[in-house]
Ligand binder design. Structure first.
Ligand SMILES: Nc1nc2c(ncn2[C@@H]2O[C@H](COP(=O)(O)OP(=O)(O)OP(=O)(O)O)[C@@H](O)[C@H]2O)c(=O)[nH]1
Length: 356
């Protein structure tokens, strides 16, 4: 594995230019409350630090399974041994098993080796190198989702069934609404009645209008109606849910293409973003999903969900390394506040099991 990984290191990709992430904070809200209660002065003084702590706690606890499995493997390896090539190989294999990808795993093991051969090495030293190297991979792709430059800003949300599309749309709607934007939703996943109902529930919860028709309706027609209505009603952001049955890839992709084609009749610049929602728990399978959707749906950015429910958070690093697509958000729970803007340093430190 070691040699194979090393050979693959030579296959480097050119990074695309992506704006480096700025740190954006969400306000903390009760699940059903959209507007934060007014804070008293003393709370306001500490507010940024409190928000930062609550954000970090959610991220690091969300990634606990990944960091715990990686951390315990590393600590077992480095116990009472000097660094040698066998240990390096084991560390590299551990990183590959944690889904970080062969390229990053090899780069990390090279960085660990530098100046440390035949020396005692401790767990925190290894974790720090892991965090530093992971951050290098993630920094170029950590990009906030900007909704500037178009009104309505149209976001098409794609992904396979159960990846967390509808939940992510709900969380995004809450975020945009909190920020003072008028949001509209389109129930373009007409394949399942439950998906339409779920979107209506999210819309009701956050006070966003939902354009929907009965199950089996033409998704492109819904997108057309929604965009027309969004323009007429001065909506800032239109989020369009789509069906995700990857087993029938041709049909699915032609449906996505039709949605885009039909929307362009109303607004030639739409959609302004095409998000692909990925479920972290599927591990390596997420890579083939990026390949499938990336090619045909014109994906402009990624959201990875369920990082709280898996030890496979490392897959995001492999995806960043391989595809260089902007990563906008990560989902670390089912609650309305559990969608976090993606920041390279925080994610890298959380995954390595280091403190804030
Ligand atoms: N633990 C956890 N669960 C999540 C997260 N995001 C979504 N879920 C859950 O994953 C399940 C599927 O989410 P949906 O939003 O219905 O997924 P979908 O892609 O819209 O699925 P379809 O409607 O079948 O196309 C739900 O039970 C969500 O609550 C997350 O970040 N963490």
């Amino acid at each position: 594995m070691h040699g194979q990984a090393r050979r693959l290191v030579e296959h480097q990709h050119q990074p695309i230019a992506v704006k480096k992430s700025r740190f954006h904070l969400f306000r903390s809200h009760a699940q059903t409350a959209i507007t934060a209660a007014p804070m008293n002065d003393s709370t306001q003084d500490n507010a940024p630090e409190q928000k930062r702590q609550s954000w970090w706690q959610r991220l690091s606890s969300g990634l606990k399974r990944t960091s715990a499995s990686l951390g315990s493997a590393i600590s077992d390896l480095v116990k009472k041994r000097k660094l040698d090539s066998a240990m390096l190989e084991e560390i590299e294999d551990t990183l590959i098993r944690a889904d970080l990808g062969v390229t990053t795993a090899a780069r990390i093991s090279e960085a660990i080796a530098k100046g440390r051969y035949e020396k005692d090495i401790d767990e925190s030293e290894v974790k720090t190198v892991v965090a530093t190297e992971v951050e290098k991979v993630l920094s170029p792709v950590a990009a906030p989702l900007s909704i500037e430059g178009a009104k309505p800003f149209v976001i098409l949300v794609s992904g396979v069934n159960g990846s967390g599309k509808t939940t992510t749309i709900g969380k995004l709607t809450a975020k945009f609404t909190r920020e003072g934007h008028k949001v509209m939703l389109a129930a373009g996943d007409t394949f399942r009645a439950a998906a339409i109902e779920q979107l209506k529930i999210w819309g009701g919860r956050v006070g966003a209008k939902v354009i929907a028709r009965e199950q089996g309706s033409d998704a492109a027609g819904i997108a057309f109606d929604a965009l027309t209505a969004a323009k007429a009603e001065g909506v800032d952001v239109l989020l369009i849910d789509t069906a995700g049955r990857l087993q029938n890839r041709t049909e699915l992709m032609s449906e996505l293409e039709k949605i885009v084609r039909v929307m362009k009749k109303v607004e030639p610049s739409a959609p302004h973003a095409v998000l692909l929602v990925l479920d972290a728990t599927v591990g390596q399978n997420a890579i083939s999903q990026v390949e499938a959707f990336g090619k045909t749906a014109g994906v402009t950015g990624l959201v990875m969900t369920k990082l709280d429910g898996t030890a496979r958070g490392g897959i995001l690093v492999a995806i960043a390394e391989k595809f260089k697509l902007p990563i906008h958000f990560i989902g670390v729970g089912e609650g309305i506040d559990d969608l976090q803007p993606f920041t390279a340093r925080d994610f890298a430190r959380a995954i390595a099991g280091l403190d804030d």
